[in-house]
Ligand binder design. Sequence first.
Ligand code: F0G
Length: 458
Amino acid sequence: MATTIIEPFRIKSVEPLRFTTGEQRLRILAQAFYNPFLIRADDVLIDLLTDSGTSAMSSRQWAAMMEGDESYAGSRSFYRFEAAVKKITGMKNIIPTHQGRASEKILFTITGGKGKCFLSNTLFDTTRANIEFSGAEGIDLLTEEGRQPATVAPFKGNIDLAAMEATIRERGAGQIAMCIITITNNSGGGQPVSMENIRAAGRICKKYGILFFIDACRFAENCYFIKQREEGYASKSIQEIAGELFSYVDGCTMSAKKDAFANIGGFLALNDDELTQACRNLLVITEGFPTYGGLAGRDLEAIAVGLEEIIDEHYLKYRIRSMEYIGEKLAAEGIPFVKPMGGHAVYLDARAFLPQIPLQQYPGLALSNALYIEGGIRSVEIGSLMFGKYAADGSLIPAQMELVRLAIPRRVYTQSHIDYVTEIIIDVFKKRKELGGYEIVYEAPLLRHFTAKMKPVG
Ligand code: F0G
């Protein structure tokens, strides 16, 4: 009997790749100040910078886009979109936004501010930045096992419930703007959060009268992990699992650029009418009228169809299995990465990969750049360049982990692309002792990794 889990689609439209030589890539990287964000996409062979907005849309999505109703107010496409979001989340009020961080900006402007803090398993970088921009503080309370790349556990994205309650007591419930759990935990290796953890966190929030939100970017992948790994969910549909999960929270922020297969878009879904009204008021002056929120009618259509397609179990089975496939190949070569494999990306452990490079010289960036030079693969550092802070004496306070993320866009690359990627990682691993670190030449005050200019040390 055939056991191969095949791509549950066939390809109707293709986009050629552009090849470069190693010598060209050395020059391109230098011109980009050794920051992969500053490389032109045309100079990248396999682009694993992000799984955000990079999915391949289905023929049904493209067809729906032609049906987009571009009316300013009350567009038919909005009502399709609203129904699709309600079906998944069960939330009462749905607010479209142009992407996830716009939802964050609106929600945190209203709920955040000086003196407030936000509790999370791990905040994504834009999420943290929006919290801090409001004047509030973001506190990551990931469980101990989630912070150990080599430890294998089913739900390494869980929030530490004891630490959560202790922080609420210490700060006072009135100071906590909300608890927001990221599913899957992007910055912590794409690891899932269990239903039990969400249920328990919800109970704590209720006990102290604190808002409880989900950063739902990759909710479908998380629900599939629950189905696979948590007792009692094996025979439930993804729709049912998502329904239960969202029933424990007051609302969610969402980037439709991930688990909605859209190239742009997002939403805020919430139950409280007063909070919704405040969000809508801000939406009108920053994003657009409440029935389009910064999106074209055609984008709303693409998201509505994408949300139906993402919960298809043939798709999710293929998605999660193809991630495991990469993990098996890397593990066989002894390459250090976050285990078990997460839902959307490989996270190489740069600290273990390049132990000779001090954290002050950004081993994650060194590894990411080496993958580009070796094979034209673009990845992203999720370490001290992204999350590092400075102490009062100007020294670097490093991030918890030094990771390099290779995010796999949805439905875009085939198995042979992935085989090529793992071969390049293995080639770089063989040369790892020759690699050196980087220093910062320029950095912006917020989200510095996007625009930082770097140079090799020595
Ligand atoms: N939350 C999480 C967990 C994310 O991964 C992202 C985006 C956002 C919020 C913000 O959404 O981009 O639509 O504004 N993550 C992308 C990434 C950029 O590469 O992981 P957005």
